[in-house]
Design a protein around this ligand. Sequence first.
Ligand code: DGI
Ligand code: FE
Ligand code: FE
Ligand code: FE
Length: 190
Amino acid sequence: MNRSREAIMEAVQAQMPDKRWRHTLGVMETSVILARRFGADPVKAELAAILHDVCKYWPVDKQAETVRSDPELPQDMLEYEKELWHAPAAVVVAREQFGVNDREVLDAILYHTSGREKMTLLDKIVCLADYIEPGRDFPAVHKIREIAEHNVEKALVAGFDSTISFLLEQGKRIYPLTVSARNGLLMEIK
Ligand code: DGI
Ligand code: FE
Ligand code: FE
Ligand code: FE
């Protein structure tokens, strides 16, 4: 059973600085809007949004340890950038601290950073909301918001394009599921 929405929100807020909490509120609001727009469950979208960054400010060692505690989580994320780790760690917190057992919600949390090959509508919505919530400001965000008015897949490709370009510029490796996610979305579009 889930703890109440309010109790979860309070416990999540307590684990992060104010700026990140405002981001979380933005992702919640945007996830609900996108869910209504594209026909996903707004309650599930909002729950995934509340929890998606719960581990973002944990020490990275604790994030990694938490990911290792569940062998069913994709352990290969630990071989890539540390920024990926808070997503699988949040799945453990959602389940163990808050009693969330809905596979769709847990997957939307798990893949909110990396994406995955066959993204569900809920995965897409939470990942896109994370890119375009009102507090976000990066060069491509205005264009992505415009595309998101009518096409969730095209908007998310534009989001992944900006992340992949950033990783390339930094000379960093790209987690293979991010490339698969982008390829999968492009297949869906055409
Ligand atoms: O947690 P947030 O800041 O709200 O956003 P997020 O969970 O989408 O994290 C995005 C960061 O992760 C972004 O700065 C790029 C970084 N990152 C590092 N390696 C990868 C990656 N993002 C993706 N999609 N794929 C990677 O391989
Ligand atoms: Fe995140
Ligand atoms: Fe993201
Ligand atoms: Fe986020």
